[in-house]
Design a protein. Structure first.
Lengths: 385, 385
């Protein structure tokens, strides 16, 4: 029977089951603080947490994880064989553990495997799925988590700083940016940024360095020569290798002289972004913030929608939660969400018009009781000096 | 009703549904060749493939994906609202599309969301789960895929080469490796390796540079000063940014003079690895290869199992499939698998004894009809010259 319950909350006495690889699944990493490339089993019941680990990871899990009991998967596998199951699978092993605990009802994440879920239900267990945020506490950052994100953010700002120096030192030749005889491209500048981040033990992937009309597609990573007098979007969102927390910042800059229409576009996005930041605090509905920014843009004549067969204007959300995942709850968008103290969100409105250019400006902020704390300190300017 | 069918095969006429982010889910990337951080919808029916994309990704998906039809999610969302659903969710939107196609039975991956699966089944759709390999063809690499992995492998070999030069140039002082006044550590050497890989547009994470007793835990990444006269395991497995394919190689080296017991351990692992490679070809059962290596080790007196409360000997599989995922089917292990032409697998036996040291040697090979093609060309030696 499909079983869902919107009111499910997880606390230390809940019965929780997860099976996932912690490299890609932040919930199992959050619960275990154990990093492994292959899926493993996490259970929580009667106030105790458990890992069932294969022989290869057993000792490392005991040494490194935050979990109270690390048990050998092979022990339950052997028991299942003794009980007459020729080739026991994951569901047989889990079933044995669940019976041993005399617990038949478990909360699993929404993304729990349908195949494993089917098998466990067939063996008589009840699984209740819970949507994100699976662990409510994950959305409310501790001071240690905020510090980890601030540390990653410092790496981002240093990396952007040294990268913009390249653009500052470049000359403009035939409308392109040339440094020491080489034409700067999205690729070469991204390489510089990503290497600078790796020097600070941060892994960046899909860093956006996107110029002109390319940047009008907000997720286009950019390619080819950077051009003078056109806006260049830098969107930088690495993960810290040390803490696994992310930072996320976007700046839009230009080498040369900005056309008036682009200057006005930049000023409008900046006005909208500052308006958004000024409204972020506990108890405010993110939907209102998003609408207020949209309204601010519309008042200046910047419409959003399908124009000449492509999306133009402000056609993405205002921001997203960030932490162990680059995108995690909550969203600041047209959907309702009442902000809570401790959430870390981005505020990143943008405007995109192929005949003018693209501008996006993004800071990462911590929601507090009466305002927000901006974790980003990098200055905002369009034209490079 | 739990529905599973071990005989399911996917061909171009199958009805396939996936909902996942292609950054972390290789199957949806394999089918769409579209890279996006957030989950999106892939469907395949009656020989045509579809993406349902949000407005933000619509244009980019049309330009970049391999999929025949890229449709706006918002169109179906609007239709659902017209049909009286106040806040249509993913299952409502999918349901509309499925009804439009008059197809009620779909194959989904084993890791399909239990919550979404429950919702779709409640709406009357049949979902059959299929285990890995979801797409049979993904395990059988094309020449283009092999070329991508060979390209990543060249980056790995170049990076290790320049890294071992650091060790060659280092002096031994008080048993440690010192280069230009700095003591070499797992961390500093890993940093050098990872930066060299990034220079070649490869992203390395969790590269293992592990010395002495640390390396006796095969997934320990290593930390602290590297010591002379002890074995150091380098296990390097980056992803190419350009192609998203992986390479994977392990070498065990030593600076200084190897104790006889360690030399003998090294020679035994090398003998086992070469034995394994010599047996890889179409039609051979991986289980036999694994057993033969284990037997070779046992004949020389190297036992495997729990010794003094920790796993010692050869306590992991012989190898794994590799491609878009670092670990993917098939495995060469104690489980049955008959090798097929076109599979790319690692052959990486190891022996781990805290009182002697750790040795693992790994190549990546392509299964062919009468033998295997070794995609690794890096030499194998214990003592650095």
């Amino acid at each position: 029977m499909p079983a869902q319950d919107e009111t499910l909350k997880i606390d230390k006495n809940s019965n929780v089951l997860m099976v996932a690889g912690s490299e890609t699944d932040a919930n199992i990493y959050y619960a275990s603080h154990f990093l492994a490339p292959d899926p493993f089993i996490y259970l929580q019941t009667k106030g105790t947490s458990y890992l069932l680990m294969n022989d290869l990871e057993l000792d490392r899990a005991r040494a490194q994880s935050d979990v109270a009991q690390v048990l050998p998967y092979s022990k339950y596998e052997a028991e299942a064989k003794t009980a007459g199951i020729e080739s026991p699978g994951l569901s047989d092993v889990l079933s044995l553990f669940m019976l041993e605990q005399s617990v038949s009802q478990w909360i699993v994440p929404a993304n729990f495997s349908l195949r494993l879920g089917d098998a466990l239900r067939k063996q008589g267990h009840t699984l209740l799925t819970k949507d994100e945020p699976f662990f409510e506490a994950r959305a409310l950052k501790t001071e240690t988590e905020v510090e980890a994100m601030r540390e990653a953010q410092i790496a981002v700002e240093d990396a952007l700083d040294s990268t913009l120096d390249l653009l500052r030192c470049a000359e403009i030749k035939d409308g392109l940016l040339v440094l020491e005889g080489e034409t700067l491209t999205s690729q070469s500048v991204r390489r510089h940024l990503d290497l600078a981040l790796m020097e600070k033990d941060c892994i960046a992937q899909h860093t956006i360095v996107s110029c002109g009309v390319d940047a009008c597609d907000p997720h286009n990573e950019g390619s080819g020569p950077l051009r003078a007098h056109e806006s260049i979007i830098f969107d930088i969102f690495p993960r810290s290798n040390k803490t696994r927390y992310h930072a996320d910042m976007t700046r839009t800059v230009l080498k040369g002289k900005a056309p008036d229409a682009l200057k006005r576009l930049y000023d409008t996005v900046l006005e909208g972004q500052l308006l958004g930041i000024s409204q972020v605090k506990k108890g405010v509905n993110g939907r209102e913030i998003h609408q207020n920014i949209m309204h601010c843009f519309e008042k200046k004549g910047y419409k959003t929608g399908l124009i000449d067969g492509r999306m133009q204007g402000f056609f993405h959300g205002t921001g997203h939660g960030i932490g162990l995942d680059i995108h995690e709850p909550p969203r600041i968008s047209k959907a309702d969400h009442v902000l809570q103290t401790g959430e870390v969100v981005t505020v990143e409105p943008g405007l995109y018009y192929p005949n003018i250019g693209a501008v996006r400006i993004e800071d990462m902020v911590l929601v507090e009781d009466t305002a927000c704390r901006n974790l980003t300190t990098y200055p905002k300017f369009l034209e490079l000096d």
